[in-house]
Design a protein around this ligand. Structure first.
Ligand code: NAG
Ligand code: NAG
Length: 257
């Protein structure tokens, strides 16, 4: 499983190493990869428990993830020969992947924890394998210059998409307030994917509103939603009061005296 300290540097040096994922928070993959890199291996194959693997943060180190079916085939192959060999080929671009978008399996599900009266999640935005520029990280470099690009996952990736969409709407609708822009972004998402079927949830079931929110972000349509809802600070304060927050707490949160 490539736990820290488990690799024999002498055996691993110059080899492609196979690690099997156990309980696998995404961050753990990076950790496994680092173990293997430090042990001077030349590549790593990570076998995931599930077949639905997502490409992970790769840096420039030869690295590939496979599901449990391919994984057991690889393990059987290794067992079948004295000198197993492997080649990790460069990543290829897959254009017009279908279906897309899909709710990522790790995406937070609603309802909101404190009240079901507020619909959560708000909407979907791209957050899987987002390739972007980043500060070069020394530990991701192996015998070469650190990469200035990386792939990342999660809300931290989808948030900038939504922020960009909000800025785009604001550039056309100068007078709209932030809540009005949020309203426009939330009343215009699409319920369909690029196969013209209803959005799905990662295991091919139709995504419910607690998975997809109001649907897939649609910045073009958000310019002309037909109607926008304003939400004032007062509305938020009333909401907090209604949900059992004390006046003292609300004052400290809202900065009002
Ligand atoms: C490989 O072979 C050994 C010995 O025959 C066996 O114990 C082991 O389960 C095999 N592993 C796989 C992944 O097939
Ligand atoms: C997708 O929805 C089905 C039916 O509601 C559910 O059983 C399944 O766990 C969901 N998959 C994911 C990845 O959330």
């Amino acid at each position: 499983m490539c736990y820290p300290g488990s690799l024999d540097a002498e055996k691993v040096a110059g080899k492609i190493v196979i690690c099997v994922a156990d309980d696998d928070p995404i961050a753990f993959r990076g950790l496994k990869r680092r173990q293997v890199v430090q042990a001077k291996s030349v590549g790593v194959i990570l076998i995931e428990k599930e077949e639905a693997v997502l490409p992970s943060v790769t840096g420039i180190f030869p690295y590939v993830q496979v599901g449990d079916i391919a994984g057991s085939q690889i393990l059987n192959y290794i067992n079948s020969t004295k000198k197993p060999t492997a080649t990790i080929l460069p990543t290829v671009e897959v254009k017009r992947h279908r279906p897309a978008p899909v709710v990522a399996y790790f995406s937070s599900r609603g309802p909101a924890q404190r009240t079901e009266n507020i619909f959560k999640p708000d909407k979907m935005a791209p957050g899987v394998a987002i390739l972007a520029a980043m500060l070069p990280k020394i530990d991701e470099a192996v015998g070469d210059k650190p990469s200035e690009f990386s792939m990342r996952y999660g809300t931290s990736m989808s948030c900038p998409h939504v922020s960009g969409a909000a800025a785009f709407v604001k550039s056309v609708r100068h007078r709209w307030t932030s809540p009005m822009i949020k309203s426009a972004l939330m009343t215009t998402p699409t319920a369909y994917d690029n196969t013209r079927k209803l959005l799905t949830n990662g295991s091919s079931y139709i995504a419910n509103p607690h998975e997809a929110g109001s649907g897939g972000l649609n910045p073009m349509k958000a310019q002309n939603p037909g109607l926008v809802f304003e939400t004032t600070t007062q509305d938020y304060l009333r909401f907090l009061r209604h949900n059992g927050n004390s006046e003292k707490d609300i004052r400290s949160m809202s900065n009002t005296v």
